[in-house]
Ligand binder design. Sequence first.
Ligand code: PEP
Ligand code: MN
Length: 337
Amino acid sequence: MIIIMESSANEAQIKEVIAEIRDAGLKEIRLSGAAKVAIAAIGREQDLNQERIKGLEGVEKLMEIQEPYELVSREHRPEGSIIRIKGVEIGGKALTIMAGPCSVESEDQFRRIALEVKAAGATILRGGSFKWRTSPHAFQGLGLEGLMITKKIKEEVGLLSATEVLDPRQVEAVCQYSDILQVGTVSMQNYPLLREVGKSKMPVILKRGKWATYNEYLLAAEYIMAEGNENIILCERGIRTFVTETRSTIDINAIPYLKEKTHLPIIGDPSHGTGMRHLVPAISRAFIAAGADGLIIETHYDPEHAKTDADQTISTEAFAILMGEIEKIGGAVGRTI
Ligand code: PEP
Ligand code: MN
């Protein structure tokens, strides 16, 4: 923290700020410029009473020199985190590819997709049972029936499953039926939900809010980790910009930027990021080239007739071809599949 004094600040006012810093157990370094004095407070910044310092006479402003998040910061674990879920690793050398329909529609649909994506090399099966829809009249997901199908099929086929939770009251049930919780873009700042997911200690895919800055995103992850849940996978899924021709704008910067700032693994979602199935392969390759730890891809044997997100869902055949491309791009950046 650096405290900038007003140019008119007198010695007594400067001393008062220094006393505040020392009382909080921090050390000060006084930096005297031509017109102003700045005081760097070194130590546990959280022990400083920032509001009181701001209110002291002669103080112009406070400047953060540390990131506002702590537990998820790269400094907290410089070697990076590997999330381990029943033998599958996310964040290691091997890429983790998740695939499946936007929504669980029926047992037969989910089984067939599970078998086909597994044969192509996916290790995690996605599929929502609680859907966040713009219209209350649209298909909302199969709910509990979908959860039961998820458990049955993932065990039968031998995949891990990822299921979205929309509401803190759904967390307990989803934990019983699925292996990984997914917090969707619309829920990124639903802090009661983040706390509940944190308490569950279950692995979680935390999608980036389509409006969220990197700091807001990492502070959302901090909410989960502050409850003792370290099993967090970030997911860049596109943000809302002035571009209306695609569903979202993939922020590819997010991958290398977040890798620098946090120890958490990060995957890319080319499906919601583009909204167009013909763009999914190129953007998948771009994510891997940029350093993503994996992908989550909406896949269906009959994508045109998927009940939700049909336009961005690729066929299981296209997914199998894409897996070959991902392997090649991954190899070029030191990753295996
Ligand atoms: C989804 O994965 O189907 C979904 C709703 O994603 P997002 O929250 O990123 O829109
Ligand atoms: Mn979807």
